[in-house]
Design a protein around this ligand. Structure first.
Ligand code: AMP
Length: 417
C-alpha cells in the first residue's frame, strides 16, 4: 500500500486541511477545562513541523468527546489550541467555528508557515452524517487534505473522508500524515511479508469481535495464541464446562471453524491449558441497568479442563503464560491484540503482564513487535514497557478493522503515490 504522504506533498503557499486526533482526556479544574494527558497533541508535532517548514498554511480540524451535534462549552478545542501553541513554541490561532465566513476568512488570512485550529467538528451533526454540504463547507477552507488521525479513520465522517473526496474532485491532493504513515507501515506493509516465525496473540472479551482478524491472520501466521474471555468459547466448543465464564454459545461453530482452518493451513493454534478463576460474590448493589453486581472472590489457579460451576475464568494460568512466553521467545514477528484476562484488576493481570514481558524480551532479541491498539496498548503501558516494543497503534477500533482487512474510509480517500 503506497499512499501519498506529507513527505511527497507540495504545500508552499497552500492551505492544508489537516485532520488530527486531539480527542484528549480533560477535566474541569477551578472552573476551566484542563488537559490530563497531551500525548495525542505531542504525537502530531512531527507532521505539523514538517508541513510548516515546507511553507504550508495549516487548518487543523479535530473532534473532542461526543457533543452529539450541539455546541458544548466543556468540549471546546480552545484549551487544546493553547497547549498546542505551548508545545510547538509558536502562535496557534483558534477559530470558534469550523465552517462558515469566520472560518473561511481566518483560513484565507493565513500566511506560509502559520496555523489555526478550528472548533470541534462534532458540534455539527453533519460531521458524523458525512453530509456532502457540510463537507463542501470544510473543503472551502483548504487546497489539499492531510489525514493524521488514524484513530478516527474507520469512521466515514465529513472531516475524515467527505472533505477529502471533495478537495480531490476540485483538483487537490490527499495525503497521509507521518503518524498515519507509520500505522499503515506497521499494521499493513510489515505484516504483508512478515519475518518468520510470525506469532499472533489474540485476547479480549469476545470471539465474535475478533473472528475476522483470526480468519485473516490464519492465512499469514505460524502460531496463534488465544487468551482473554474469548478462550472460554473455544473451551465450550471442545465440550468442557466453563462455569460462569463469559462465553458466546452461538459462536461455538465459529471457534471450531477457526480451529479446523488452522489445522488445514498448518498453523499452530493454542488455547489456555490452565486459568485463574474466582467465585462471584453478590455485593447487594445494582448497576446502572438495575442488574446485581458481583465481585470476584477467592481467586485461584484451575488446572482442570473444566471450570467449576460456581466460578468464572478471569485470566490465563501460569502454565499457559509460561508456554506462551516460550512461543513468543522464538518469534521474529509478533502481533498482539487484546489482553489475556481482566488485567484492570491486578489479581487477574499476571497473564497479560507475562505476555507483555515476553514480547519486550523477544523485541530486545531482534523480533519486530506490533501492538494493535486499545487495551493491549494500555496493558503494555501499565507494565511500563511501551518503549520496549517496536510499534504501538494509536487506534482501537480502527486498528482492529484495519487488521481485518476492512477498507478504512479515512485511508481509502487518500491518493496513491
Ligand atoms: P476487547 O475490547 O475485546 O479487547 O476486550 C478487552 C476487555 O476484555 C478488557 O476490559 C478485559 O478486562 C476484558 N477481559 C479479558 N479477559 C477477560 C475475562 N477472562 N473475563 C472477563 N473480562 C475479560
Amino acid at each position: 500500500m503506497a499512499k501519498l504522504t506529507v513527505r511527497d506533498l507540495e504545500v508552499t503557499g497552500k492551505r492544508v486541511f489537516l485532520r488530527v486526533d486531539y480527542n484528549v482526556p480533560m477535566e474541569e479544574k477551578g472552573g476551566r477545562m484542563v488537559i490530563n494527558d497531551d500525548t495525542r497533541i505531542r504525537e502530531t508535532l512531527p507532521t505539523l513541523k514538517l508541513l510548516l517548514e515546507k511553507g504550508g498554511r495549516l487548518v487543523l480540524a479535530a473532534h473532542l468527546g461526543r457533543p452529539d451535534g450541539k455546541r458544548e462549552a466543556s468540549l471546546s478545542l480552545k484549551p487544546v489550541s493553547e497547549k498546542l501553541a505551548e508545545l510547538l513554541g509558536r502562535p496557534v490561532q483558534f477559530v470558534d467555528q469550523c465552517v462558515g465566513e469566520k472560518a473561511e476568512a481566518a483560513a484565507n488570512a493565513l500566511k506560509d508557515g502559520e496555523l489555526l485550529l478550528l472548533e470541534n467538528v462534532r458540534f455539527h451533526a453533519e460531521e458524523e452524517e458525512n453530509d456532502p454540504v457540510f463537507s463542501a463547507q470544510l473543503a472551502r477552507l483548504a487546497d489539499v487534505y492531510v489525514n493524521d488521525a488514524f484513530g478516527a479513520a474507520h469512521r466515514a465522517h465529513a472531516s475524515t473522508c467527505g472533505v477529502a473526496r471533495i478537495l480531490s474532485a476540485w483538483g487537490g491532493r490527499c495525503a497521509a500524515g507521518l503518524l498515519m504513515e507509520r500505522e499503515l507501515k506497521f499494521l499493513g506493509d510489515e505484516l504483508e511479508e512478515p519475518a518468520r516465525p510470525f506469532v499472533v496473540i489474540l485476547g479480549g472479551a469476545k470471539v465474535s469481535d475478533k473472528i475476522k482478524v483470526i480468519d485473516r491472520l490464519l492465512e499469514k501466521a505460524n502460531t496463534i495464541l488465544i487468551g482473554g474471555a474469548m478462550a472460554y468459547t473455544f473451551k465450550l466448543a471442545h465440550g468442557n464446562q466453563t462455569g460462569k465464564s463469559l462465553v458466546e454459545p452461538e459462536h461455538i461453530h465459529t471457534a471450531l471453524d477457526a480451529e479446523s482452518k488452522a489445522k488445514e493451513l498448518k498453523v499452530q493454534f493454542l488455547i489456555p491449558s490452565d486459568n485463574v478463576v474466582a467465585e462471584l460474590k453478590d455485593t447487594g448493589k445494582l448497576n446502572k441497568k438495575g442488574k446485581p453486581v458481583f465481585e470476584p472472590v477467592n481467586p485461584r489457579v484451575n488446572t482442570a479442563a473444566d471450570i467449576p460451576a460456581d466460578c468464572e475464568g478471569f485470566d490465563i494460568g501460569p502454565e499457559t503464560a509460561k508456554r506462551y512466553a516460550e512461543v513468543i521467545a522464538g518469534a521474529k514477528t509478533i502481533l498482539w491484540n487484546g489482553p489475556m484476562g481482566m488485567f484492570e484488576d491486578p489479581r487477574f493481570g499476571e497473564g497479560t503482564l507475562a505476555v507483555a514481558k515476553a514480547v519486550a524480551a523477544a523485541t530486545a532479541n531482534g523480533a519486530k513487535s506490533i501492538i494493535g491498539g486499545g487495551d493491549s496498548v494500555k496493558a503494555i503501558n501499565k507494565a511500563k514497557l511501551g518503549s520496549q516494543v517496536t510499534f504501538m497503534s494509536t487506534g482501537g477500533g480502527a486498528s482492529l478493522e484495519f487488521l481485518e482487512g476492512t477498507p478504512l474510509p479515512g485511508v481509502s480517500c487518500l491518493d496513491e503515490r
